[in-house]
Design a protein around this ligand. Structure first.
Ligand code: GCO
Ligand code: MG
Length: 403
């Protein structure tokens, strides 16, 4: 049996911070897992170094499910983003190792491909509606079949999802959290105008998506969903915070715009009611923050019973290791919906050489054994950790709001 002989965390900042776990076995096979939690990177690194790695040494690397249960059920303290990202990293690395030993890409171990590729959506954003629509047109010309639209809000200095860079979006933008000002009223006026302009310019053959980023109340979200209905959005994401899952009933009573939720979820318990009551259409939980492939597959199987499809989070703060793992999951899961794809910078790609590739609006995980992604440790060492945080949002009167 391949015993786990060593494991270490690698923290690197090729433009943004990433935490990677690398596990090695007695037969010399290595596997990698992503443990990045935006703005809380070192907490996960410490959880792994101080509390998880010592418990892994000597275990059978093939016992993925048992090791998952050991770290989750066995640990007494369960759930939460730090814990579940650490468990996810172990899980990813073990699937990577199993694939390499079998000589098969991980998706083959998960049951094989259910489709020829994974439809992805890109991010079009701009200060103005015109700029955003122009960016979206570029995505369509590049072959994308789905595009997310976010634009600036007149009167607000910064709106969620609007990037300083034309190609790459990085929300963690400062050493300490910057403060932004938010107005739901102003935003709710501009979002339908953005969609009207986009449909007029781009037609109806492209899926258009939008992220509300937890900023509305349920009744406001019901209103926005209804206002967007004429433009047939693919989804409205995170319309309201989801701690109280029953709040989504109110949104459902008012709109047929499909709803996607769950990029901040880390457990099946975070979405149980949302799925059971069919309050959402897409579940956005992803490999790194939801306990790895082992737990995400459990969430997806549960969601499938209720006709809820997957739409994994895929922002730049999820490393190429997560992107690779997500693609093996996406291509093999029956109830796949769409995969988010925010391109990484060339510096990040240089640290994480990978086999996945983009063609005709689809990503494919490639045929390399395991996850098909690695970390170049020499390259990683050239980019030391730099503290960075997501911004926070306040209303004009200073009240703290959801970012
Ligand atoms: C998305 C997300 C991200 C998050 C980011 C936070 O839909 O892509 O909302 O952009 O804000 O991942 O770390
Ligand atoms: Mg989002």
């Amino acid at each position: 049996m391949p015993k786990i002989t060593s494991a270490k965390t690698i923290v690197t900042c090729p433009g943004r911070n990433f935490v990677t776990l690398k596990i090695e076995t007695s037969d010399g096979v290595t596997g990698v897992g992503d443990a990045t939690l935006n703005g809380r990177e070192l907490a996960v690194a410490s959880y792994l170094d101080d509390h998880v790695i010592p418990c892994l040494i000597g275990r059978d690397a093939h016992q993925i499910e048992d090791i998952w249960q050991y770290l989750h059920r066995g640990a007494y303290w369960r759930r939460g983003p730090v814990t579940m990202s650490a468990i996810a990293a172990v899980d990813m690395a073990l699937w990577d190792i199993k694939g390499k030993i079998a000589g098969l890409p991980v998706y083959q171990l998960l049951g094989g491909a259910c489709r020829t590729g994974v439809m992805v959506y890109g991010h079009a954003n701009g200060q103005t509606i015109e700029e955003t629509v122009e960016r979206a047109r570029e995505y369509v010309q590049a072959g994308y079949r789905a595009v997310r639209l976010q634009s600036g809000v007149p009167g607000l200095k910064a709106a969620y999802g609007v990037s300083k860079d034309k190609f790459f979006y990085e929300p963690a933008d400062a050493d300490l959290p910057t403060e932004t000002v938010w107005s739901s009223e102003a935003y709710m006026r501009v979002a339908p105008e953005l969609f009207a302009a986009a449909r007029q310019a781009l037609g109806w053959d492209v899926h258009l998506l939008h992220d509300v980023h937890h900023r509305l109340t349920p009744i406001e979200a019901g209103r926005l969903g209804r206002d967007l209905e004429p433009y047939r959005p693919f989804w409205m994401e995170d319309p309201t915070p989801a701690e109280n899952q029953a709040r989504f009933r109110l949104i459902r009573q008012h709109t047929t715009t499909p709803i996607a939720v769950g990029e901040v979820f880390n457990s099946i318990w975070d979405c149980k009611q949302l799925i059971e009551e069919q309050l959402i259409d897409y579940i956005r939980a992803t490999v790194v923050h939801a306990g790895g492939l082992t737990h995400l597959r459990r969430i997806a199987s549960f969601a499938d019973l209720y006709g809820v499809r997957t739409g994994c989070h895929g922002a730049t703060d999820l490393s190429p290791v997560t992107m690779a793992a997500a693609l093996h999951f996406d291509i093999s899961v029956p109830n796949f919906g769409v995969q988010e794809y925010m391109r990484h910078t060339p510096e990040t790609d240089a640290v994480f050489p990978h086999a996945y590739r983009f063609q005709d609006g689809m990503l494919h995980p490639g045929e390399a054994p395991g996850l098909g992604v690695d970390i170049d440790e020499a390259e990683a060492a050239r980019h030391p950790y730099r503290r960075a945080y997501l911004p926070v949002a306040r209303l004009a009167d200073g009240t703290m709001h959801d970012w």
